[in-house]
Design a protein around this ligand. Structure first.
Ligand code: SAH
Length: 325
């Protein structure tokens, strides 16, 4: 191998496994040691996502969720070590997801430096929301809401079914001018989409400080200013002092965490408390077999199921707080 060559490792996976593979590549190969010398900037190793299922107009084809996730390694002992970690990590993931053998090949570094940005393509989720890498000008239809994200930071690239289920529910339930709360905001994707759908104010929380940073950066990238009246992003979980304030709340976390948040297992404010009478709570991150457990926890707080959405094994529930009689 020559100095100006890189090893490309590629795995073809569906959307759900793609998010896990992206995370793995970014964890072991997320440093900024690959220089884009033409642009004079460090581009990062990281993961590159290539969607394999779009027609010429950018519309998803039936197998829309097939993705190729790639990462690039420099030659030498460090690259070899990272490759071993990645291969081990992929093997562990293959116990959870159907993941084929990774395909490795050698490519010229300059090809990579210029080519990789072409591969992360706009992704339509919901009917109007078009998720787009920050640098791309997508071909949007009239009425589309273009949400720009820097990929490979916090969870919430739009590759995961739980995110897509939430976005579709937001399009239906977020009223223009209504107050919206996003608990576990990750990249900020749902909060940004809700702000674009006309919700105000939008509040977002996450227990992970890196998510808070990513969500703020992504908000600014989308031209949304940060203030308590427009978009407010804070560290934490269910916010205190907000009883009945929000018309719609989304929480895309995990079934067990949602149940604990309803039941105040962390001494937290109950998940239902900030919801306004007549308001809707979108619960996602729920594997099908756990949906009854989450619904029961919501019902203990007086909420009623109004909608159930499903993609693969993942369920999103929309529950409603009735108006006080
Ligand atoms: N809302 C994004 C990201 C969901 S990932 C989307 O729909 O794609 C779940 C996020 O919830 C992670 O960023 C994680 O840090 C956060 N999280 C986990 N437990 C939490 C809790 N108890 N309270 C608030 N956020 C939590």
């Amino acid at each position: 191998m020559y100095e100006d060559e890189l090893v490309e490792i590629a795995v073809e996976v569906d959307g759900e496994a793609a998010e896990a593979v992206v995370e793995l590549f970014n964890r072991y190969n997320g440093g900024d040691w690959i220089e884009d010398s033409a642009a004079g900037e460090a581009s990062g190793g990281g993961a590159v996502v290539e969607s394999t299922g779009y027609d010429d107009f950018g519309s998803p084809l039936p197998d829309q969720f097939r993705m190729v996730v790639k990462t690039y390694l420099k030659p030498g002992p460090r690259g070899c070590g990272i490759r071993r970690q990645i291969e081990e990590g992929l093997w562990r993931l293959s116990l959870l997801y159907p993941i084929p053998e990774p395909v490795a090949r050698t490519v010229k570094e300059e090809d990579w430096a210029h080519a990789w940005k072409q591969h992360y393509r706009p992704l339509r989720i919901g009917r109007r929301v078009l998720l787009t890498p920050a640098w791309e000008e997508p071909e949007a239809q009239p009425g589309d809401l273009v949400v720009r994200l820097e990929p490979g930071m916090a969870f919430g690239t739009g590759l995961h079914p739980t995110t897509r289920l939430c976005v579709a529910a937001l399009e239906k339930w977020v009223p223009s001018g209504g107050a919206f709360l996003d608990i576990g905001t990750g990249s900020g994707v749902l909060a940004i989409a809700a702000a674009m759908l006309g919700a105000a104010p939008v509040w977002a929380t996450d227990i992970d400080p890196l998510a808070i940073r990513a969500a703020k950066d992504n908000a600014l990238r989308n031209g949304i200013s940060l203030s308590p009246d427009s978009l407010h992003i804070q560290r934490g979980s269910v916010p205190a002092g907000c009883a009945g304030r929000f018309n719609v709340i989304a929480a895309n976390i995990l079934a067990e965490v949602l149940v604990d948040l309803f039941d105040c297992a962390y001494d937290n404010i109950p998940l239902a408390e900030p919801l306004a009478p007549g308001g809707h709570l979108i619960l996602s991150g729920i594997l099908e077999e756990k949906s009854e457990m989450v619904l029961a926890a919501a019902e203990r707080r007086g909420l009623k199921e109004v909608e159930r959405r499903q993609e693969g094994d993942w369920v999103a529930l929309v529950v409603r707080r009735e108006h006080a009689r």
